[in-house]
Design a protein around this ligand. Structure first.
Ligand code: SF4
Length: 289
């Protein structure tokens, strides 16, 4: 629990349990559980989840992340897209978020698997909006194109932290590469482009402001900013508890830059993703967002 901020627990415990049972039965993973998200009870209680495809072993080693690291033991399961789409129908999801670990071991970084999942969901339940939270595909533009051709409503890619801390916090990643990916999505698709970061990793408030400017310049429409929480002693320590006034100042700065900034201690990149998309569409009076 963060100072005075407790995760919400809507829905009955049985409902949350029901979601878990269905996911296990379908052989599906969620980043909610694997990354120990503080909002898991709220989201499962609201019958929503962020699906984690292509296994739970990541080829990167971000210092804040609780997900297992190493050499993924198996190739992606080609049947996963069908099972995921079936779960979307079973859980009656109006909006679905799909993410993955980083699979640098795959020639396309897993892009074909993301594309198959979007295609399968749109085939079985066209009214469901799809948000994909993608890795950086090691900068391969053709991989992102493969995903965008399936027309996800939201293309999300987290920059996670400010420029000065990337090497320390996200080894193997680069802010330049992430901004280029977001710009490609904004320039070549109708998807709402979204990104996210965590604070409390050692950044200065001014560095976050600068990053918001870079994200707006890259064509982002939505940015999520949340307080980093240490999942276990294995991950890097929390450097500070960020004040509500800082979150509020980033919301205002974002607004002045044309960004829809969702910022608060428990905010995570796919937290209330449907509500965020609906709010953006409402604000823009269009079904596109
Ligand atoms: S790339 Fe994603 S899943 Fe992999 S370690 Fe980093 S944050 Fe975790």
């Amino acid at each position: 629990m963060i100072d005075g901020v407790r995760p919400k627990m809507p829905g009955r415990p049985s409902q949350r349990h029901e979601v878990k049972v269905r996911l296990r039965r379908a052989g599906l993973l969620t980043v909610c559980e694997e990354a120990r998200c503080p909002n898991v009870c709220e989201c499962f209680g609201a019958q929503t989840a962020t699906f984690l495809i292509m296994g739970k072993v990541c080829t990167r080693s971000c210092r804040f992340c609780a997900i297992e690291k190493g050499q993924p033991p198996e190739a992606p399961d080609s049947d996963e897209a069908r099972r995921l789409a079936e779960a979307v129908v079973e859980l009656d999801l109006a909006h679905t978020v799909i993410t993955s670990v980083t699979r640098d071991d795959l020639p396309d970084g897993g892009a074909a698997m993301f594309a198959a999942c979007i295609r399968e969901i749109k085939h079985r339940r066209p009214e469901t909006t799809v948000e994909v939270l993608v890795p950086d595909f090691a900068g391969r533009k053709e991989s992102l194109t493969t995903v965008l051709l399936e027309k996800p409503e939201v293309l999300n890619h987290n920059v996670e932290t400010v420029a000065r801390l990337v090497d320390q916090v996200r080894p193997g990643a680069s802010l330049k590469r992430s901004l280029s990916l977001l710009r490609q999505a904004a320039e070549t698709s109708d998807a709402v482009v979204k990104s996210g970061l965590m604070v409390g990793l050692g950044e200065e408030d001014s560095e976050v402001g600068e990053l918001l400017g870079q994200l707006a310049d890259a064509g982002c429409r939505v940015v999520t900013i949340g307080q980093y929480l240490q999942p276990s002693k294995t991950q890097c320590a929390v450097q500070r508890q960020v004040s509500e006034s800082a979150f509020s100042s980033w919301r205002s700065l974002g607004h002045s830059l044309g960004l829809h900034v969702v910022a608060g201690p428990l905010v995570r990149s796919s937290y209330q993703a449907k509500e965020v998309l609906d709010a953006l569409r409402l604000a823009n009076g269009s079904s596109r967002g």
